[in-house]
Design a protein around this ligand. Structure first.
Ligand code: NAD
Length: 429
């Protein structure tokens, strides 16, 4: 049974939702947005929730709680990933959906924002159970999905295979091909070559643009990266290739530091062999040391890149962060208090809605190509991503100097005003 909650439904607010709403309020205040318009921007258009029954290998049936939050579609179809994780909760999904709205708006993409989640420990499911859960998600919410309605993508613990099952189920329900209904697909089903690295590559273009502005020379610029998954590994690779010194890396097992810098490719080989990055400190330069995850965040480096989880830099550790440039590749890695403290210390923070927007921009390229039925070369996608990321950086820096605000406030003002204008033009209030 599917439940659709209206916009007035009250939820206890979890931390990310509180943070997301505070960010919106502060942008709205500067933009003079209030009343019905602010309420429309604060609340999701639609919250879908369902219990997905999956027959397990032992013959029993287990229900999994699943959500799809569609925050705002004034600018175009809803867009956002689906995560499979035991700690998924509705408030977090709502916050992530809202951030997607601002991210797409900031990038000038013709998309609104959404997010999905299922409360599940996917590592405990067999392949068949995972497929049944993925198909069940589409059976529950398929009516609300589609290339011109809502376009999901992979997120934490979902991948191209999950998107393939979801697309197949969707096409069976609709009885037609519809590759643009999901992004992050394998190449054979309409995916694009740049997808795996688009988030890391987009972040790299942002750092390159910042380095040019601040006069950072790659060879004398040290970088510490928290998280060595898709985003952390790819951005580390692009930075290393461009000559930046990647001096610290971490995963959930711990962190490593080397003044001379690491080769991300060698580190990935070692992590794959040993299972933990903490065991790889002697890889590459041979002069590294193992450090704690907390110490990585507090290293005296030029650039710090949180690329793992939300809420990593808070009022408790922000005073100890020494980096001059903090680039939020994870979603919501800094709390609002931490952001304020870093601002007081004159550190520059590139907000997540800009820094990690390469991912959704890559998804946009995939959707465009699916809709057209015409596919670009890798170089074409690379160049277009560079162009869109660089012009977004320019817009944010210009707004920041014009309005005399930090980059986050500037990015929010640009994004929120674009969505607000679209809502007003539609005259739906
Ligand atoms: P991933 O699952 O591939 O990798 C996450 C990494 O973080 C892993 O190496 C894991 O070991 C590490 N990690 C977990 N807990 C840690 C801790 N306490 N300290 C240090 N490392 C820790 O995930 P991903 O796709 O790389 O995403 C990372 C972040 O970027 C998430 O916040 C995600 O929402 C955000 N993001 C990802 C994309 C994308 O396209 N993948 C796009 C936009 C935003």
């Amino acid at each position: 049974m599917i439940y659709i909650f209206g916009v007035f439904f009250f939820w206890l607010m979890g931390e990310p939702l509180v943070e997301a709403k505070k960010q919106l309020s502060s942008a709205a205040k500067v933009l003079g947005i209030g009343g019905k318009l602010l309420s429309a921007l604060s609340e999701p258009v639609r919250v879908l929730s369902d219990d997905i029954p999956v027959k397990l290998e032992n013959g029993s049936v287990q229900d999994f709680n699943a959500y799809r939050v569609q925050h705002n579609d004034a600018l175009g179809p809803f867009k956002g990933g689906i995560r499979f994780h035991p700690e998924v909760n509705l408030d977090e999904v709502k916050a992530l959906a809202m951030w997607m709205t601002w991210k797409c708006a900031l990038m000038n993409l013709p998309f609104g924002g959404a997010k999905g989640g299922v409360i599940v420990e996917p590592k405990k499911l067999s392949g068949r159970e995972l497929e049944a859960l993925s198909r069940g998600y589409v059976q529950s919410f398929g009516e609300f999905l589609g290339p011109d309605k809502d376009v999901p993508a992979p997120d934490v613990y979902t991948n191209a295979q999950v998107m393939s099952w979801m697309l197949d189920e969707f096409e069976k329900l609709k009885k037609r091909h519809s590759p643009g209904a999901f992004t992050g697909k394998p190449l054979e089903l309409g995916g694009i070559r740049i997808r795996d690295e688009s988030t890391g590559l987009g972040g790299f273009f942002v750092i390159e643009a910042c380095a040019r502005r601040f006069g950072f020379k790659p060879r004398s610029t040290s970088v510490a990266i928290q998280g060595f998954g898709n985003v952390g590994f790819n951005i580390a690779g692009f930075l290393h290739e461009a000559g930046f010194k990647v001096v610290a890396l971490s995963d959930s097992s711990g962190a490593v530091y080397s003044k001379a810098g690491f080769s991300p490719a060698d580190m990935m080989k070692c992590k794959t062999a040993k299972g933990k990055i903490a065991e790889c400190y002697a890889t590459g330069s041979g002069s590294g040391t193992a450090i704690s995850n907390e110490e990585l965040l507090e290293l005296d480096v030029d650039v710090l890149i949180p690329a793992a989880l939300s809420g990593q830099i808070t009022s408790k550790n922000a005073n100890d962060v020494k980096a001059r440039l903090v680039v939020e590749m994870a979603n919501g890695p800094l709390t609002n208090d931490a952001d304020r403290i870093l601002g007081e210390k004159k550190a520059v923070v590139v907000p997540d809605i800009l820094a990690n927007a390469g991912g959704v921009t890559g998804s946009y390229f995939e959707w465009v190509q699916n809709n057209y039925g015409y596919y670009w070369s890798y170089t074409e996608s690379f160049e277009r991503l560079k162009e869109l990321m660089s012009s977004a950086v320019e817009r944010v820096f210009s707004a920041s100097s014009e309005k005399k605000t930090n980059l986050r406030d500037a990015a929010y003002m640009l994004a929120v005003s674009r969505v607000a204008r679209a809502v007003e033009l539609r005259g739906s209030l």
